[in-house]
Design a binder for this molecule. Sequence first.
Ligand SMILES: [Zn+2]
Length: 250
Amino acid sequence: MRVTVVGCSGSFPGPDSPASCYLVEADGFRLVLDLGNGALGHLQRYVGLFDVDAVCLSHLHPDHCLDMCPYWVVRTYAPYGARPRIPVYGPAGTAHRLALASGLDPAPGMTGAFDFLTLSPGHCKIGPFKVTTDHVNHPVETFGFRIEHAGRVLAYSGDTGQTDVLCELARSADVVLCEASFLEGQDLRAGLHLTGRQAAEHAARAGAGQLVLTHLVPWNDPAATLAEATSVFLGPVSLAAAGKVLDVGD
Ligand SMILES: [Zn+2]
């Protein structure tokens, strides 16, 4: 399983990265995990515009889903006709929200381009991946993910405050892609985001192999986020960066 960080900027795009977007590939299948603002541009560096097989949205904050609006334009008005529908997994209300964001009548909204499927806690199969989802700790309905393929495991936190759910999703995972939006010492709001230290504590409790810190907010010092995490998690820790490729399990 190969993961390309398309965008890892937290809450809004930064000078060097779009907002959240990850391309997860195995057996020729291409799953886009979140499509935040700015991500559709960079995504084209790694996959053809029409070669995405499925999209999964962790939640409906703009920095995780807003580039679905231009992607609907791409698939609907493509030269030589609209492209076949692809599945889009997201929280309840995804189709309605994205239609409004694009100024479309919700009926039919974007359903000509996307087959909207509502996520709920549990297991599902997306292409070659076994995907486990559960609710994490964020002000709107938000999912964390455990994605398994060929005995390897990627866990993705989505946006979350502290939660045991993340430890379960990341249990013995090869790689945990975990948000680290806050720095220790800031005025932290509960149930919103994690610090680098808290991300590391969750990864350590999960017994994960490797921690990659993501959702890095441009006004923070990324070196400080990394330092917080390396003081807690004893395995390999790194910062996500646009274009970074993770070979999960290799
Ligand atoms: Zn969010």
